[in-house]
Design a protein around this ligand. Structure first.
Ligand SMILES: [Fe+2]
Length: 200
């Protein structure tokens, strides 16, 4: 089990300066929030370990810590996927790539996929739009994840991850302008990274 002393280390993304439509100041604030998820995950692990060792597994305090784990841990991991799949100005997808062909086949054509992903991102609520791959069928599908943990299909692999919490764009856009932020996000997607996540 990980502890605060042997726990997760926050990643850094110095390569993301100059994203189109997402300011460096917005990004810096977002990095700070991400750091909070890393810290909280480590703290949770440490406290749970202490309570378990002390024979206090059945206490309300233990239960509340356990309940928070999906929120904090997924908050950390989804942000890492999100920042990792960005690059200033984006890296276009190669039309002869495996992922382009797979997406075009499963979603009928590229534009239908893009439209579907963006519309999932525009769903009301706090959360994420994620293109997942089912490791059993290898099929791809877009999903809305509420908060950081509700709606993730167990075992599915995230390929493309977009944060649509207001904190991801409120520095650059109004709360009602999520669509504009999503278009900016789309223009900065590193499809090379997304392709590398494809299972098969
Ligand atoms: Fe976020």
């Amino acid at each position: 089990m990980t502890t605060a002393t042997t726990g997760y280390t926050a990643k850094t993304w110095s390569n993301l300066k100059g994203l189109k439509g997402i300011s460096d100041a917005q990004l810096e604030e977002h990095f700070k929030l991400y750091q909070g998820y890393v810290n909280n995950t480590n703290t949770l692990n440490q406290k749970v370990e202490e309570l378990t060792k002390a024979g206090k597994s059945g206490t309300p305090e233990y239960g509340e810590l356990k309940r928070r784990y999906g929120f904090e841990y997924n908050g950390m991991i989804l942000h890492e996927y999100y920042f990792d799949n960005l690059t200033p100005g984006g890296l276009a997808i190669a039309q002869d790539s495996k992922i382009y062909k797979k997406i075009s086949e499963i979603f009928w054509d590229w534009n239908t996929f893009e439209n579907d992903f963006k519309n999932v991102g525009k769903m009301r609520g706090i959360g994420w739009a994620v293109l997942f791959q089912d490791p059993l069928t290898k099929k791809l599908s877009n999903h809305f994840i509420m908060d950081h943990e509700n709606g993730i299909p167990a075992g599915y692999k995230p390929l493309l991850v977009m944060d649509v919490w207001e904190h991801a764009y409120i520095g650059d856009y109004k709360a009602t302008e999520r669509g504009k932020y999503i278009d900016s996000f789309w223009g900065n997607v590193c499809w090379k990274t997304v392709s590398s996540r494809l299972l098969d």
